[in-house]
Design a protein around this ligand. Structure first.
Ligand code: AP5
Ligand code: MG
Ligand code: ZN
Length: 212
């Protein structure tokens, strides 16, 4: 049984590594950002997009309800990999409460550490697919330009991957999310991995932490 959180600034590789780990552990990859983007066109999606495009966090109440619903679904019964949740102390407290009621705990919080300059390089040339796949024009290009390897759909540039939103996301991360490093450190579940190597190297480090 493995209940895992991937923590890290925007562009640190949470989505990339969560997808790999999800395949290895056969555990669902739950990205709150992907859930919100897939809600485009609904009331929730439109409301969330206003915050997301500016690089602000969507209100805690929305996210807490969303993650509670998601974790109660059958595929999460044995394990889950959270990517992008929690992002605030109230979200972390709410998660602890949800898990306590389910008589479960957290096994591991992986903190992916990457310096700001590298984050900006990664995000400005990222391309993503509606199916959840993530690419980079230089570091992880698709086989055919502009098209997803997995599902064949056209890749797109996220609205929040523009210089101004990126800078705001980084500052929001430092103010609101970085305190979770100490929060989980104090609870003895935190492992920090150096997020600067290749995608494969980091995947190896993460596997070692999961198996430890
Ligand atoms: P979300 O979608 O979670 O965005 P994020 O946290 O800003 O993180 P990213 O998805 O940008 O980065 P990542 O760490 O997944 O990196 P990736 O693997 O893609 O959230 C978006 C928005 O939704 C938030 O701003 C907020 O508004 C809202 N939201 C979501 N959850 C919320 C919550 N809990 N509370 C409130 N609001 C919430 O990699 C980045 C790029 O680098 C890719 O191009 C990739 O190919 C490349 N790359 C990855 N690893 C490497 C490597 N080792 N070397 C070189 N390139 C690499
Ligand atoms: Mg992501
Ligand atoms: Zn795809």
């Amino acid at each position: 049984m493995m209940n895992i959180i991937l923590l890290g600034p925007p562009g640190s590789g949470k989505g990339t590594q969560a997808a790999l780990l999800s395949g290895k552990l056969n555990a669902p990859h739950i990205s709150t950002g992907d859930i919100l983007r897939r809600a485009a066109g609904t009331e929730l999606g439109n409301r969330a997009a206003e915050y997301m495009n500016r690089g602000e966090l969507v209100p805690d109440s929305v996210l807490i309800e969303m993650i509670r619903d998601r974790l109660l679904q059958a595929d999460c019964a044995k394990a889950f990999i959270l990517d992008g949740y929690p992002r605030t102390i109230p979200q972390a407290d709410a998660l602890a409460d949800i898990l306590r009621k389910l008589d479960r705990g957290l096994d591991l919080v992986l903190n992916i550490d990457v310096p700001d300059a590298e984050l900006i390089t990664r995000l400005s040339a990222r391309r993503v697919c509606k199916c959840g796949a993530t690419y980079h024009l230089t570091f992880n290009p698709p086989e055919n330009e502009g098209v997803c390897d997995l599902c064949g759909k056209r890749l797109y540039h996220r609205d929040d991957d523009r210089e101004e939103s990126i800078r705001n996301r980084l500052s929001v991360y430092k103010k609101q999310t970085q305190p979770l490093i100490d929060y989980y450190g104090d609870r003895g579940v935190l492992v920090t991995v150096d997020g600067c190597g290749s995608i494969e190297q980091i995947a190896v480090e993460i596997c070692a932490a999961v198996e430890a």
